[in-house]
Design a protein around this ligand. Structure first.
Ligand code: MRU
Length: 343
């Protein structure tokens, strides 16, 4: 049983574990309106592509539950969907989850509202199952006694449960594999040092946190078996948007012949986006760079470049690990074929 839950439906509200305060403070935030859910996604109270998708689905539910007459429901849902999708632009899971809820309808207000809630619960349930499947599929490429590099946080905190890349590490440990996991601290928001370290401590998996710039040195001087990361959006040609610093890690992995795997639920695959250049990259507040907590570390007024994500070209990805199996190049053919097989 996990000692934490990233999000949960209470029966009348969405309860979020405030990830901005972890690991030292465990505090929950309760959202009772769609505006509060959109604000929590934008502020990264809840974060990680799958988790923000599921949170947004409950945001749609809250918008619907505030409606008292059937005729106004469609317009309310459209407005809610637009505000949720705008909260963070890069992770395609957000729009994907909201669009799934928009496909729901009902003959009267109460039925429609109940169906929306059921659809959000289904997404919640499916997310945990899909992540566990990704973890199982990943075992084909995670040997026993492996040394692994991981970037950002992609675990149970970034999803409903298990997680994608960190979920694969957790499943490996559950199967008795001995691992050493090097966690990129993941500047500027430090999801590796604060969140992934918190999770691996809870699971009892050996790890070390390192600064992002240490991964090249580690791969040059020690045997590293693989890098594994998550994704926020995978374009049709296999280009991957993920947390800033992923591309640097992929470049270093390529230079040292270390396999670079991307754990990817099929909800992160966006075949309508042809390549990485077309993926919108979120830029966040300069304060994330100029301050650590409330403490300024740069001169007042320092100009900042703060992209929250980067794009790793498909050529750097050894394979995608999906809930349906591993996908290898040429991704322009294999990714669309996978989607076709499933539709
Ligand atoms: O800005 P964040 O913390 O939401 O970014 C998270 C990531 O980049 C993860 O790697 C990605 O969302 C996959 S989480 C399973």
């Amino acid at each position: 049983m996990l000692p934490f839950r990233s999000l949960a439906w209470t029966g009348h509200s969405l309860r979020l574990l405030d990830q901005r305060r972890l690991p030292h403070v465990t505090e929950y935030v309760e959202c009772t309106t769609v505006a509060e859910v959109a604000a929590a996604i934008a502020a990264m109270t809840v974060r990680g592509a799958p988790a923000i998708g599921v949170a947004a689905a409950y945001g749609v539910v809250l918008a619907a539950q505030a409606v008292t007459d059937f005729d106004s429901l469609p317009a309310v849902l459209q407005t809610a969907a637009a505000s949720l999708k705008a909260a963070r632009p890069t992770a395609v899971n957000l729009a994907w989850a909201v669009d799934r809820l928009l496909q729901v309808s009902g003959p009267d207000l109460a039925t429609w509202q109940a169906r929306l809630l059921a659809a959000a619960h289904r997404l919640y349930q499916e997310d945990a199952e899909i992540n566990y499947q990704i973890g199982c599929q990943a075992q084909a490429v995670i040997p026993n006694e492996a040394t692994v590099i991981h970037h950002c946080n992609t675990g149970a905190l970034a999803t409903v449960d298990y997680g994608t890349a960190l979920g694969a590490i957790r499943v490996a440990a559950e199967q008795g594999k001995k691992l050493m996991v090097y966690l990129d601290e993941t500047r500027p928001r430090l999801q590796g040092a604060s969140l992934s370290a918190y999770e691996l401590l809870a699971y009892g998996i050996p790890f070390r946190v390192m600064v992002d710039g240490a991964s090249g040195h580690l791969m040059r001087t020690q045997k590293v078996d693989l890098c594994i990361v998550g994704c926020d959006r995978v374009a049709a040609n296999g280009d991957v948007a993920n947390k800033i610093g992923t591309y640097n890690l992929a470049l270093a992995a390529k230079a040292h012949n270390v396999p670079f795997y991307v754990a990817c639920p099929l909800s992160s695959l966006d075949l309508t986006t042809p390549h990485g250049e077309a993926i919108p990259i979120e830029e966040r507040d300069s304060r994330e760079i100029t301050h650590i907590g409330d403490r300024p570390i740069a001169p007042l007024g320092t100009p900042v470049y703060n992209p929250a994500f980067d794009v790793t070209p498909a050529a750097y990805v050894t394979a995608f690990i999906t809930e349906k199996g591993l996908v290898y190049p040429p991704y322009g053919e294999t990714l669309p074929r996978l989607r076709e097989m499933l539709s």
